[in-house]
Write a protein that binds this ligand. Sequence first.
Ligand code: GDP
Length: 461
Amino acid sequence: MATPAKIELENLPIIALVGRVNVGKSTLFNRLLEKNQAIVSKIPGTTRTNNEGTILWQGKYVKLIDTGGLTFTDDVPLEKDILKQTEKAMKEADVIVFIADAKEGILPQERELAKRLRQMKIKPILFVANKVDSAKLEYNLNEPEWSRLGLGEPISVSAASGRKVGDFLDILFQTLNKTKRRPKKNSNEYDEAIEVSIIGKPNVGKSSLFNKLIGQDKVIVSDLPHTTREPHGTLITYLHNHKKHKVNFIDTAGIRRKANVASHLEKAGIHKSIEAVENSDIILFVIDGNEMISSQDRQLGGLLEKRSKSIIIIVNKWDLAEDNSDKARNETKKMVYANFPHLDFAPIVFTSGLTGYKVHDIFPLILQAREARQTEIPNSTLDHFIKQATRGHKPARGKGIRQPKILGLYQLNTNPPIFEMIIKYRTSLHRSYINYIENRLREQFNFFATPIVIKLSKLKR
Ligand code: GDP
């Protein structure tokens, strides 16, 4: 079982919820915490009070505060109430979430609050329309009163039913990744098993490789399935540099079963392969080093496109190769990349599932790829990086006549790594320039065996 998370709960980024009473602010507050309640209660030192709590989303922690609602009663002068709330949010929060009610629409007092928030300028504001319980209610948001607030298009959710709350959390964390105090990673995450699958057409040697892999002295195979997640796999613990690393080999087309009964009756198994690929972080893509690459290989290789998986290409049966020189290997590599141009980031290893040649190299590569998937570059480093990269090589124009300008680069996600590059409104960037940035990122940081996604967005400034 996983040990309790050891995390630094100090200095977490803070999200402040603002809005008037009755817009469903507390429901959203509870929903956001509730979604993760099981985990929250297990985190040592986590407090959950009426107006404060910790959220864990996709392995990262942030703190949520409820600033208290605007009451709109006569007891407290409204002006004072608004000021109190905005000041509190201003002081503490890294991101402000302004919540309005999609059923009731925008009230005058909210216009006032929105105006003040807008004037602050400094902090990112997420504008949320709550009570959007159905797709039909989304139409309400087309009313001009929503856009007139000047906070952009509202993000719709239903706190009561949970509708689109996950989407909202995604946007929230993407926004937070661009703030100074970024969400903290759950350090326990590293102890979780990494999901690996071995794919390749029949007879390339998948089962043989798998047997050699789990037959090493450094490997402990555990019989108990550690997870209820489908499909089941073989969980192993690999000892490397005095550390234990867990790897779960997802059972692709019955490698385990087949190894046991030594049957050669495997079908193409495309279906199973898709499932395995989707459930993995890292794929070992096996091809036969003594055959021409066939359409079946290419079909399997095609499955790996645009799925953001780390990939290691294994050229197996290398014991049969007539020529084991560097030159022969380089020729083979060239041929492989020519057939799978979309896998140009994947390292190639030459192995023999029969003799065990270089099979020992595979585990360290898996660990290296796992580390690469976790690479997280601080905003300040990225800022320096992009300035340097653009200084050396001016952005190339895509469509249009205006000279593009890169305004910023942010890492939105790890495992897999996703970046957002912000360019000036009404300009476009040539594809080759995005490749250039990707290559520089690869040179300067560890993205071993891992595809990098760079999304473009345009900003008016
Ligand atoms: P799978 O269908 O991809 O799982 O392939 P298997 O592991 O069942 O291997 C198919 C055949 O190739 C078997 O006869 C293996 O003994 C043989 N084989 C597997 N790996 C190698 C290798 O590296 N070199 C040689 N010469 N034969 C291999």
